[in-house]
Design a protein around this ligand. Structure first.
Ligand SMILES: C[S@@+](CC[C@H](N)C(=O)[O-])C[C@H]1O[C@@H](n2cnc3c(N)ncnc32)[C@H](O)[C@@H]1O
Length: 264
């Protein structure tokens, strides 16, 4: 029986008792600082039973240290939760699959109109417009176009609207939006997004419209043109009707169906 009370069992019993004292005083309505002082005093009394100096310290400091650790852990957990909520607000989880916010450099699209000339007021959409940098670059390249932007994140959408008051920007999902009314879709997403974008653009864009992608190539398509930006990032340009590397009759019939629906 005696071995059951070998160290550290007495310490665990002492700390447990001190915690019970603290919680009882706290729930009896004693103010928190006084409850802590009383519990610490109880810890000091228990420490007298410690066989060595180190054990006496351990008995006395067990409660205040565990209280400190608990508070730090709670603060830490709340801090992380707050950061997660902010991150989820800025980047809704579904946008993580496509791309996080990397801005288009202002001059990146300057040479695009040489290859993809458009009439005045041509509607162009920055799909996933982030803070509006892609729209700013589009406006520099095409000063007389009509500019639209969709962004998944509410805070980024608000900031983009403030930076680009001349554009119509809304919060939404690029995959739910209708692309068929635009003369140019601009993308700066990520490689994994390109297949889906090609499928959507192929099904919805009218003949003559453009899919323009900064940096990431549509590997199934033969580009109509490619230009290098100053930062070694290519701009891939694809004009409808797209030229696919491999024939796929099912895909082409889907497009013919979509074309018929639009014209009816
Ligand atoms: C790399 S940033 C590009 C921002 C802007 N187009 C530019 O070039 O400066 C990609 C943006 O797309 C947004 N995004 C990713 N997936 C999206 C989706 N499914 N619908 C709407 N926006 C999306 C992200 O929130 C991010 O702001």
């Amino acid at each position: 029986m005696r071995h059951l009370l070998n160290w550290p069992v007495p310490a665990l019993l002492a700390w447990f008792s001190v915690w019970i004292i603290y919680l009882s005083l706290d729930s009896a309505g004693l103010s928190a600082p006084w409850a802590i002082v009383c519990a610490c005093a109880a810890g000091v009394i228990f420490s007298i039973r410690g066989a060595t100096q180190a054990r006496r310290w351990a008995l006395a400091l067990g409660f205040p240290l565990s209280l400190l650790l608990l508070n730090t852990a709670v603060t830490f957990i709340w801090g992380w939760l707050a950061l997660l909520v902010i991150a989820a607000l800025v980047y809704p989880v579904r946008a993580w699959r496509d791309a996080s916010v990397f801005p288009t450099p202002l001059n990146a699209l300057r040479r695009v109109p040489t290859f993809a000339p458009l009439v005045d007021h041509a509607p162009m959409l920055d799909a996933g417009c982030g803070l509006g940098d892609g729209l700013l670059a589009l406006r520099l390249a095409y000063p007389r176009a009509s500019y639209y932007g969709i962004e998944a994140s509410w805070p980024l959408r608000i900031l983009a609207s403030m930076r680009c008051p001349w554009a119509k920007i809304w919060q939404g999902d690029i995959w739910d939006a209708e692309w068929g009314g635009y003369a140019l879709i601009y993308l700066f997403q990520r490689p994994g997004t390109m297949n889906r974008a090609v499928e959507k653009a192929h099904a919805e864009l009218k003949a003559g419209a453009w899919l323009i992608s900064l940096e990431f190539e549509a590997v199934d398509l033969i580009p109509t043109a490619v230009v290098q930006t100053g930062n070694d990032r290519p701009i891939w340009m694809y004009q409808q009707p797209f030229k696919f590397l491999k024939k796929n009759p099912q895909r082409d019939s889907k497009r013919r169906g979509a074309g018929k629906k639009r014209s009816s």
